[in-house]
Ligand binder design. Structure first.
Ligand SMILES: [Zn+2]
Ligand SMILES: [Zn+2]
Ligand SMILES: [Zn+2]
Length: 375
């Protein structure tokens, strides 16, 4: 993700911020501009409801677009996305995709939901940057997956995280650090995050759109194998005995990717989203790394993957390796585990290139407001 800055004082601000810690300006993320903006109160029309204050971007030229804050901001401080004032939906473009919530009268669920929505807004940002999510008014069900965040009930059935027919279900227990770590260890996974879950499940959604419904099944099968093999049986076998053979890394981004071609795709898809997000962040900092023994980077440093020409997956990978080396080294300096506990083989890269090509062939990128980018 890029680095945002306050319109008023230019101080760097994060994607999740609702206020500039340096100058106190009210902030919101404007999905139509894919940018964080400092807001000022807008003049209210006569018939406006007094409960929904209107805002405009302080630094925008006239005529200024008018926004409300997302209802989940006003009710729960759980969202920092703005909604264009003319949009009749009280929820922002991200929150409106959530269809089922756990019991929010329980404080613990409110906090879990808050954390999950943060990850979901980050998913929205990357999908929008890739041209996969509409950044303007989105009518119900018009585009993109919808979400159900469910809590297990005592004595009730387990809540399985997964995707079916456009609905992504997430067990809200994944928002608890202890429970997520327990599952990570139990399943022998090196990496498990809320954002990773949502990116993975979005991969299943976009497989339907970009592979099954887009005439790419034959090309998919050549690389990922035959997805028509029994899915339930394949997963059962994976959970019973793990990946078949020790050489899974030669062709898969993770051991779970060996479970079934659909999971292979979803794991690879999530990994591709990790790559472009991290590289965009590195590019926003004008990162220029010298890693001993590897080819030097171009003088201008890491390039923004969203500006990378469609064919230039190779360049993306060349920049990825030194960035992740530095990332892991920094983490180890602080006594943390590797943030990026993966090593990409030629076979895994071949699959990542396929994801890259499918996305580039399927989309046109949105224009992004870079007015307040900071170095
Ligand atoms: Zn400021
Ligand atoms: Zn919202
Ligand atoms: Zn999956």
């Amino acid at each position: 993700m890029k680095i945002f800055s306050c319109d008023t004082c230019r101080h760097p601000v994060f994607f999740e911020n609702v206020q500039c810690l340096n100058c106190g300006s009210t902030l919101a993320f404007l999905p139509d501009q894919l940018n964080v903006a400092a807001l000022q109160a807008a003049p209210s029309p006569q018939d406006a409801s007094p409960s929904a204050p209107l805002w405009q971007r302080a630094s925008a030229p006239e005529p200024r677009r008018t926004y409300r804050m997302c209802l989940n901001h006003d009710l729960y401080q759980a969202c920092n996305f703005a909604v264009p004032a003319e949009d009749p939906n009280p929820l922002c473009i991200s929150c409106r995709q959530t269809r089922v919530l756990p019991d929010l009268s329980l404080q613990a669920n409110q906090h879990r939901w808050y954390l999950i929505e943060i990850a979901k807004r980050r998913l929205f940002y990357t999908l929008a940057r890739l041209g996969l999510a509409n950044t303007e008014n989105r009518a119900q069900g018009e585009q993109g997956p919808v979400f159900a965040f469910l809590a297990e009930q005592p004595g009730g059935p387990p809540v399985m995280t997964g995707h079916q027919d456009g609905l992504i279900t997430l067990n809200v227990a994944e928002a608890d650090d202890d429970e997520r770590a327990r599952r990570r260890v139990l399943l022998r996974e090196p990496y498990r995050t809320l954002l990773g879950h949502l990116r993975h499940e979005s991969g299943h959604y976009y497989w339907n759109q970009l592979i099954r419904d887009a005439g790419r099944l034959a090309a998919f099968r050549q690389i990922f194998g035959d997805e028509s093999v029994d899915y339930g049986q394949a997963l059962q076998q994976y959970y019973a005995s793990g990946p078949s053979g020790d050489d899974w890394q030669t062709a898969h981004v993770s051991s779970y990717a060996t479970a079934h071609p659909w999971e292979d795709w979803a794991e690879t898809w999530a990994h591709y989203l990790h790559m472009v997000d991290l590289l965009e962040t590195a590019a926003a900092f004008h990162a220029n790394l010298v890693v001993p023994g590897t080819a030097p980077m171009p003088r201008e440093g890491v390039s923004n993957p969203f500006d990378t020409p469609e064919t230039d997956f190779t360049q993306l990978v060349q920049q990825w390796v030194p960035v992740t080396l530095m990332l892991n080294s920094l983490n180890r300096s602080l006594g943390q585990n590797d943030a990026y506990p993966f090593a990409l083989s030629a076979g895994a890269l071949h699959k990542l290139r396929f994801v890259h090509d499918v996305i580039h062939d399927s989309t046109t990128r949105p224009s992004v407001d870079d007015a307040n980018d900071t170095p």
